[in-house]
Design a protein around this ligand. Structure first.
Ligand SMILES: [Fe+2]
Length: 197
């Protein structure tokens, strides 16, 4: 079985300051993201042993572990390139046209996405995703990494609102983190992903 690997950050740990500190980025990437990669690989190893008859596993628990950890790994792998230093602003290209078509305006999209991020219960994510069959964008909330997911949607832009993503910098003020985060959104990366669909 192919193992999952922790991708390197596409920029320096301090690149997103002052929006996100070097300390948060270091812990977030090197510890939290790494833990999801390790968790997904550990669950895969159990499956591998089960298939070879070397181990009896709790199938429900193992598949739950894979869903949770692999979702965490995939979301963080998108989150890092979704951001960059001296970014933010408004998008151009096809994604701008699609946002205007589906949300009416960039401001309307931004309001909906921010509200999703600020009201996600407990730990989770706000996600902008595309539904290819109906060719429209959706904003969704993912609690944890995988609760309330909609199969078939293709994520384009993800915002981590787990406390580990902001607490050291913003304490309990998640709304301030979400509002500041727009200044590091890398719309070129979103456009690149969208163009490949
Ligand atoms: Fe995270």
């Amino acid at each position: 079985m192919k193992k999952f690997e922790l991708p390197p950050l596409p920029y320096a740990y301090e690149a997103l300051q002052p929006v996100i500190s070097k300390e948060i980025m270091t812990l977030h990437h090197d510890k939290h993201h790494a833990a999801y990669v390790n968790g997904a690989n550990a669950a895969l190893e159990k499956l591998e042993k089960s298939r070879k008859g070397e181990m009896e596993i709790d199938m429900k628990a193992t598949l739950r572990d894979i869903s949770f950890n692999l979702s965490g790994h995939n979301l963080h792998s998108m989150f890092w390139p979704n951001m960059g230093s001296n970014k933010g602003g408004t998008p151009g290209g096809k994604i701008a046209d699609q946002i205007n078509k589906d949300f009416g305006s960039f401001a309307s999209f931004q309001k909906e996405f921010s509200a999703a991020a600020k009201t996600t219960e407990g730990n989770g994510w706000a996600v902008l995703a595309f539904h290819p069959q109906t060719e429209q964008l959706f904003v969704i909330q993912l609690e944890k990494h995988n609760v309330a997911a909609i199969p078939g949607l293709r994520p384009l832009l993800v915002l981590d609102v787990w406390e580990h993503a902001y607490y050291l910098d913003y304490k309990n003020d998640r709304a301030k983190y979400v509002d500041s985060w727009w200044n590091v959104v890398n719309w070129d990366d979103v456009e690149k992903t969208f163009s490949k669909l």
